[in-house]
Design a protein around this ligand. Structure first.
Ligand SMILES: [Ca+2]
Ligand SMILES: [Ca+2]
Length: 187
């Protein structure tokens, strides 16, 4: 009697092909994730750079509306407008939009206690570039581990689910939790 179904060898070949395809898809997704994170980080660096250029040129940060300027960015809307007026940013909406859909950038300043750890009573007051509240935790953590101390509540890179610029530490159980990243870029 002739067997019209798959032989074991045919089945094995099909399973191997499915495995190879699945592996390729997963690797592709990983590459896309990495590329987005790298682009996001480049965007952050670019925004810090344009603020430094503005500072050199104008003697104050864009968005520091105090008179005289006190060195701290206090108005996000003014910051983008002034950077645009100096042609450091051509398209404000485009420059605000990060590599992650719906996650935009803003400027501000934050005053945190506990800089350097829970027992450090020194205060930290600096300017930051922040994101709106839908950045996955793993992105902030990757950047924190690359350029800072790897903790969301200390150092120059911080991360918060509640909009507190001083941050909270990363939750190992939920790499995709959404929150705000704060990068104190001028300290
Ligand atoms: Ca100010
Ligand atoms: Ca940190």
């Amino acid at each position: 009697m002739k067997n019209k179904g798959f032989t074991l060898i045919e089945l094995a070949v099909v399973l191997v092909i499915i495995g190879i395809l699945m592996g390729a898809i997963l690797r592709g997704q990983e590459l896309i994730k990495n590329a987005k994170e790298k682009k996001f980080f480049t965007q952050l660096e670019y925004l810090a750079q344009v603020q430094f250029t503005y500072l050199q040129r104008m003697g104050e940060y864009a968005g520091d509306t105090d008179s005289p300027p006190d060195g701290f960015i206090d108005d996000d809307t003014t910051a983008w407008t002034e950077l645009n007026q100096q042609h450091l940013i051509i398209d404000i909406n485009k420059a605000k939009q990060s590599a992650f859909p719906g996650v935009t950038f803003s400027f501000g300043n934050g005053w945190c206690q506990r800089f350097g750890g829970d027992t450090d009573t020194n205060s930290l007051h600096g300017n930051y570039i922040a994101t709106t509240s839908s950045l996955p935790q793993w992105v902030a953590r990757t950047i924190d581990e690359r350029i800072d101390d790897g903790h969301g509540h200390t150092g120059y890179v911080r991360w918060s689910t509640s909009g507190n610029a001083c941050g909270q530490d990363y939750n190992n159980a939920n790499a995709n939790a959404l929150g705000n990243l704060y990068w104190f870029f001028d300290l």
